[in-house]
Design a binder for this molecule. Structure first.
Ligand code: FAQ
Length: 331
């Protein structure tokens, strides 16, 4: 199918996979290509572990886009005016489109979309922690549009320079669309921050609730991140979790503070000597509980996707019957 290094399940195939993976010449040639900055394409030879890691990461990213549409989606019918409603509809539609692009990129690594969706619905697959929190008020939508999109852009702009062709091409397109999301999120954020006292209070409340999930968004600290070292060696991840988190804080904390919104952390400050942002312990136990299925909205999010899967099945089935000829007018 796609080059070398398949993911094998049974023992016989496992030994074959190990042979492919362990071939020192192939591995050295592969790593030399990565060092030269070449792109790896689906039919090229790749180590089993490179394929496994990429698939894990792209699949999680795809699920995040699909589940990520839900907190904002619930506000489409309650948007405060037509302009906001239209922008939100377009944004949510874009996020679903990003999910499709990413599933297509993940499929090039040998896992079918159906298997990925099954793993999402069964709770086996992970997706971003931030989408397991509720969007309680309209101000949450401004925070998501400005700061979660902002955080996603920091991550995706870095990884768009990575080594796997299908993923980096998807990321480039996603980043262009996300930058429109960011603009509308920033505008909505500033609008509330400079609005009535009630609007400011609503935004401050949302900021207080989203601060910690945003710190968690970039993943555990480098000292305990399991995959960073390998992913950076193979240029899948182009910056470590702590570096991306710091870049985000550096870009966005001043923008939040300049409109008079505060952050609920007395220890948040940029160390003038190192240039690194310091913050209170963000409770990594909470992060791990959320990504393992025990956040405030995990069950609700998966239930909605399950409902969509069951109730949308007839559309998929109709589209799969490509030879079907309709002789009776449908309308
Ligand atoms: N959430 O060893 P590391 C968006 C897991 S898209 C959940 O450091 P890694 C667009 C990690 O998977 C947002 N799980 O992991 C949008 C691993 O578990 P595993 C998504 C997390 O891969 C905006 C374990 O912890 N973006 O927002 C998280 O080296 C607005 C150990 O961690 C991407 O997926 C987390 N935050 O680094 C949509 C970008 N962090 O698999 C709608 C691509 C870590 O061993 C509205 N992904 N974990 O069981 C990446 O860049 C990386 O995967 C990281 C994590 C940086 C997220």
């Amino acid at each position: 199918m796609y080059g070398g290094g398949y993911i094998f399940d049974d023992e016989k195939n496992k030994s074959q996979a190990t042979r492919v993976q362990d071939d020192p010449e192939l591995l050295a040639a592969f790593e030399a290509r990565i060092d030269r900055g070449e792109k790896i394409e689906p039919h090229d030879w790749m180590p089993v572990e490179y394929r496994r890691q990429l698939l894990r990461m792209i699949e999680q990213h795809a699920h995040s886009e699909i589940i990520g549409a839900l907190p904002e989606g619930t506000w489409i019918t309650r948007a405060p005016n037509l302009k906001r409603k239209m922008a939100l509809i377009a944004k949510v539609q874009d996020e679903i489109g990003h999910g499709q692009l990413l599933y297509a990129a993940a499929e090039t690594l040998g896992k079918s979309r159906e298997e990925m969706i099954n793993d999402l619905l069964s709770g086996k697959a992970k997706y971003s922690n931030v989408f397991n929190y509720p969007a309680k008020t309209w101000a949450d939508i401004a925070v998501i549009g400005f700061l979660i999109d902002g955080a996603a852009i920091v991550n995706q702009l870095a990884n768009a320079k990575g080594s796997y062709g299908p993923y980096v091409r998807a990321l480039k397109r996603i980043c262009v669309e996300e930058s429109f999301h960011l603009k509308q999120g920033h505008e909505a954020f500033v609008y509330l921050a400079t609005g009535t006292s009630q609007q400011r209070a609503m935004l401050q409340d949302a900021m207080n609730r989203w601060y910690r999930p945003l710190i968690h968004f970039f993943g555990p600290p480098d000292t305990i991140s399991q995959h960073t070292e390998k992913l950076m060696r193979w240029k899948v991840k182009m910056a470590s979790n702590d570096d991306m988190r710091n870049q985000f804080l550096d870009q966005y904390i001043p923008k939040i503070q300049e409109v008079g919104i505060t952050l609920p952390d007395p220890n948040l400050r940029k160390n003038p000597n190192t240039g690194i942002w310091e913050f209170s312990d963000p409770n990594w136990d909470e992060f791990f509980a959320v990504i393992r299925g025990n956040g405030p909205c995990n069950k609700e999010r998966l239930a909605v996707r399950q409902w969509a899967e069951e109730n949308g099945a007839w559309v998929k089935n109709a589209l799969l019957k490509t030879n079907e000829k309709y002789t009776i007018p449908l309308a």
